[in-house]
Design a protein around this ligand. Structure first.
Ligand code: GLN
Length: 282
C-alpha cells in the first residue's frame, strides 16, 4: 500500500483518503497493512481516482463527502465544500440556541445543508428552515438532513423571497462573499466549486448587503443575525449592521485569527424603524 500511495504523486493524506475509499478500509487498517500490495483491480481503481485528483478535482467531490463539525456530509459539484472556518458560525449559533426551546432558526443559502443540519442535529428542539436559490443544492441538503435523521424545512428562493411574513429567533448565513475579480476564484479546489456560491459581486458584499438590509423584517426583537464573510470585510460588515440599526454588532475571529463572522441583534421595533429610516436615506 505504501508504495502505491507514494507513486501516486499526491499529498500523502489525499492519497490515503482515496485508497481508503477504494478498499473500503479505515486509515488504521491501511497503516497496519502498509507493506502489502493491493489487488490489481483495487490498484486500477485507485489510479483512476488519483488521476482525477491530479487534474485538480477536489477530493471532497471525488469522494462525494466531507466532514464538518464531526458529521459526515454528502457533497457534490452543485454545492460549496464545507470549510473548517464555517464551524465558527455553527459555534456562535449553538451559543444562541437554547437546548430546551423550540426556537426558529433560519439558514440562508444553505448549500450542502451543513450548517442547518448540524444545528438541527445538536439542537433537536430547534425548528430549522433552510433556503437556497439552487434546486440542485437543495437536493444535496435534503439528502444530508435525511442522512442525519433531522427535520429541516427547505425552500427554494432568493434570500427571503420564500419567507414572506415569517420571523425567526436566529438567522445564520454563509453567503457568497468573494469579490468577482478575486484570482482565488480561479485557483485550486475553488475553481471546481459553484461560482454562484462564492462570488458576491464587485466587492463581494452584494449578498451580505441584501441579507443585512432585509433580515430585520424577519427577526424577532433581540434575535441575532450571524453571517460569515471574507478576511477583509469585517469593517464594511460592521458599518452595514450599524447603518441598519442592529444592536451589539460585533465580529469574531476564526481559528486562524481572521475576522470571519459578524452579527448583531435586531433592535426593538420602535428603535429599528427610527434608526433605519434616518441612516439609510443618507
Ligand atoms: N471561504 C471561501 C473561500 O475563500 C468562500 C466561501 C463563501 O463565499 N461563502 O473560498
Amino acid at each position: 500500500m505504501a508504495q502505491l500511495l507514494a507513486q501516486s504523486g499526491l499529498p500523502p493524506l489525499e492519497a490515503r483518503m482515496l485508497l481508503e475509499r477504494v478498499l473500503g478500509q479505515t486509515s488504521a487498517w491501511l497503516i497496519a497493512h502498509a507493506d502489502e500490495a493491493p489487488g490489481a483491480e483495487a490498484a486500477q481503481a485507485f489510479a483512476a481516482l488519483a488521476e482525477r485528483r491530479r487534474r485538480g478535482e477536489p477530493v471532497a467531490y471525488i469522494l462525494g463527502g466531507r466532514e464538518f463539525y464531526g458529521l459526515e456530509f454528502r457533497v457534490a459539484p452543485a454545492v460549496l465544500i464545507p470549510r473548517p472556518e464555517t464551524e465558527l458560525l455553527v459555534e456562535l449559533a449553538l451559543d444562541r440556541i437554547p437546548a430546551d426551546a423550540a426556537v426558529r432558526v433560519l439558514d440562508l443559502g444553505t448549500g450542502s445543508g451543513a450548517i442547518a443540519v448540524t444545528l438541527a442535529k445538536l439542537r433537536p428542539q430547534a425548528r430549522l428552515t433552510a433556503v437556497d436559490v439552487d434546486y440542485a443544492a437543495l437536493s444535496v441538503a435534503r439528502a444530508n438532513a435525511g442522512r442525519h435523521g433531522v427535520r429541516v424545512r427547505f425552500f427554494c428562493g432568493d434570500w427571503f423571497g420564500a419567507l414572506s411574513g415569517e420571523t425567526f429567533d436566529l438567522i445564520v448565513s454563509n453567503p457568497p462573499y468573494v469579490a468577482a475579480a478575486d484570482t482565488h476564484l480561479a485557483m485550486g479546489d475553488v475553481r471546481f466549486e459553484p461560482q454562484r456560491a462564492l462570488a458576491g459581486g464587485m466587492d463581494g458584499l452584494d449578498c451580505i448587503r441584501a441579507i443585512v438590509a432585509n433580515a430585520g423584517a424577519h427577526l424577532r426583537p433581540g434575535a441575532w443575525l450571524l453571517f460569515e464573510h471574507g478576511y477583509d470585510q469585517a469593517e464594511a460588515c460592521a458599518a452595514l449592521l450599524e447603518a441598519h440599526g442592529y444592536l451589539e454588532a460585533q465580529t469574531w475571529p476564526d481559528l486562524a485569527g481572521i475576522a470571519r463572522v459578524s452579527g448583531g441583534r435586531a433592535a426593538p421595533i420602535g428603535l429599528t424603524v427610527g434608526r433605519q429610516v434616518g441612516r439609510i436615506q443618507t
